[in-house]
Design a protein around this ligand. Structure first.
Ligand SMILES: *Cc1c(COP(=O)(O)O)cnc(C)c1O
Length: 457
């Protein structure tokens, strides 16, 4: 049998070709001289398999997108069925059933004030849409001075210039500052920095005082506050108490400022509820979702907003109040079909309830790492668990960043069959919800050994 025809290229050949033409995201390509990319042949459930037949447990849901496993039969079937009917159609002047049903479902599932759904094709685009809509809303209602945004320290909202501007992770942002709009930054409610003995609630409340001052001082010029509800994921899986969101909602109402909830990473059950905002009992003015929306299958995002915002754009064309924003693949029917199948699984399998048991198990297993000499904290919010380590855990003295200790954990874990991708010295689990207890045991064991390996001299 001719191997190249029947089985495709060998891994080495494929990687060599890759390195000649491909430029990978978020990567110093020179690193691939010592750690080449892994050529994946197939995925099934929580597992990825490379060309040599080695398997990797996908403990990070392939960058936080996958919810119900790779090659999920139910999502596969939904996409296949849609593929036979309609692959794509322009979404201005046309509509289709998958998009209508998806928007209906999202309106029904999200907090009650959200009644309108605008589709885009990735998370950063959704953030751009929310920022532009908020700014534009204030113009349309005659408040043209409201042009600025408040964001939280250590936040992340994507990579396009508007989204990058409202983010606050220096590693991604610093270099591009000359290109970015100026934003107001409030301290993060992130509870890693709470005093010994201080509760999450007390610390998050204490941090809110500065946000309140910023709002009081700048409300006239501020269009919106943008936050990642409950977990600042790219900022190192840093977590805070829902009371912060409740207070923020009240303050935004009081000062006449929009609240944008970026649930691109935390939406669809990651924090233990379908949306993180539910834990604070709030309804934002804009809710951005993407990542898990299609179960990790296809690029799609949505911005949900209120009837009040929608109405401010609704007028005769000549008044030029319309939101003239578009993306070519807006409302892609295949992506909508994947999203509908994903939402169906939540209902059919009572996923949020089932995840409670899994989250408790994962948290309990991970908690034993808190005893490790270099571990500063093990923290959890629903199905997200993070383990932070440092050179001197007691005084939280960090390792020199050029040591790249987190990368050592990544390499160790890959050699031992688990895909972990630490953020700095934060090792985290954000597994697909189909993960089993024995798979959880494996990912925690390999993380523990990997941290030991990365801190052992
Ligand atoms: C990933 C992420 C984004 C950006 O989404 P992309 O699809 O990668 O552009 C925005 N906000 C948050 C909170 C995210 O985690």
């Amino acid at each position: 049998m001719n191997r190249s025809q029947n089985e495709g290229p060998t891994a080495d050949a494929l990687v060599a070709r890759d390195l000649r033409v491909v430029w990978h995201p978020c990567t110093q390509m020179k690193d691939h001289e010592t750690q080449p990319p892994i050529a994946v042949r197939r995925g099934e459930g929580a597992w990825l398999e490379d060309f040599a037949g080695r398997r990797y447990l996908d403990a990070v849901s392939s960058w936080w997108v996958n919810l119900f496993g790779h090659a999920n039969p139910r999502i596969n079937a939904a996409i296949s069925a849609q593929l036979g009917r309609l692959e794509h159609v322009i979404f201005a002047g046309f509509t289709h059933e998958p998009a209508v049903r998806l928007c209906e479902n999202l309106v029904a599932l999200t907090p009650s004030n959200l009644t309108r759904c605008f589709l885009a094709d990735n998370g950063s685009a959704a953030v751009e849409v929310a920022l532009k809509m908020s700014f534009h809303y204030w113009r349309n209602v005659g408040r043209a001075r409201k042009t600025r945004f408040i964001t939280l320290a250590n936040s992340y909202h994507g990579e396009t210039l508007g989204a990058l501007a409202v983010g606050n992770v220096d590693l991604y942002k610093d270099l591009y500052k000359p290109l970015l709009m100026d934003v107001l930054v409030a301290p993060s409610p992130d509870c890693y920095h709470r005093d010994p003995g201080e509760s999450w609630q007390d610390y998050s409340l204490r941090q809110f005082a500065a946000m309140e001052r910023l709002l009081a001082e700048h409300a006239d010029e501020v269009a919106a506050v943008i936050v990642e509800p409950l977990v600042q994921c790219a900022g190192g899986m840093r977590m805070y108490h829902p009371v912060y969101l409740a207070r923020l909602r009240e303050a935004c109402d009081h000062h006449g400022v929009h609240l944008i909830a970026d649930e691109i990473a935390v939406g669809f059950g990651r924090t233990g509820t379908l949306f993180a905002c539910e834990q604070a009992g709030i309804s934002p003015d804009f809710l951005c979702v993407s990542k898990g929306l299609t179960g990790g299958y296809l690029p799609l995002s949505a911005v949900l907003t209120t009837e009040n915002v929608y109405a401010a754009f609704y007028d005769d064309y000549a008044r030029l109040t319309a939101f003239l924003h578009s993306h070519s693949y807006t409302g892609n029917p295949l992506a909508c079909a994947a999203a509908l199948a994903t939402l169906d699984i939540f209902v059919a399998d009572d996923v949020i309830a089932a995840n409670r048991g899994k989250a408790a198990y994962l948290g309990a297993r991970a908690q034993r790492l808190a005893e490790h000499a270099h571990v500063t904290e093990v923290r959890q919010c629903g199905m997200i668990v993070a383990i932070e380590f440092a050179k001197n855990a007691r005084i939280r003295e960090p390792y020199n960043w050029t040591d790249r200790r987190g990368r050592r954990v990544n390499q160790y874990a890959l050699e031992h069959g688990v895909l972990l991708r630490p953020i700095g010295e934060v090792v985290y689990f954000m597994p697909p919800y189909i993960v089993t207890e024995s798979e959880i045991d494996l990912m925690v064991q390999v993380a523990a050994d990997g941290i030991e390996f990365a801190t052992c001299e």
